[in-house]
Design a binder for this molecule. Structure first.
Ligand code: ZN
Length: 108
């Protein structure tokens, strides 16, 4: 069965509704059957656009920091630290996707 995250737009193929979006991490309250999915609507306010832009800049910087930490830990042979920062980088990237999706769907 196909599901859809209404926050980031990720299409999820799983037999059962997931507990959280594998991309942006929101809880299942924001995941619907793909057949019931409706694109977000309603324009964002200027203040909301500014908030999205600030958040996106933060997520981009956080992703860069986590990727650098991942590589440094790999060089140092610290597998747990490498895996930890790699997972954080993936989460931050998911946040970037969600922010860009929301802006695009709402015309910003
Ligand atoms: Zn999502």
């Amino acid at each position: 069965m196909s599901w859809r995250c209404i926050v980031c737009g990720k299409k999820i193929t799983e037999d059962h509704k997931p507990d959280a979006c594998p991309l942006c991490g929101v809880v299942s309250d924001y995941i619907v059957a793909d057949s019931e999915y409706e694109r977000p609507s309603g324009a964002l306010s200027a203040a909301a656009v500014a908030d999205y832009d600030r958040a996106l800049a933060l997520e981009i910087e956080a992703t860069r920091i986590y990727e650098e930490a991942t590589e440094r830990a790999k060089i140092e042979g610290d597998e747990l630290t490498s895996v930890f920062f790699e997972a954080l980088a993936k989460n931050e990237h998911g946040h970037q996707v969600a922010i860009k999706f929301q802006k695009k769907m709402r015309g910003a």
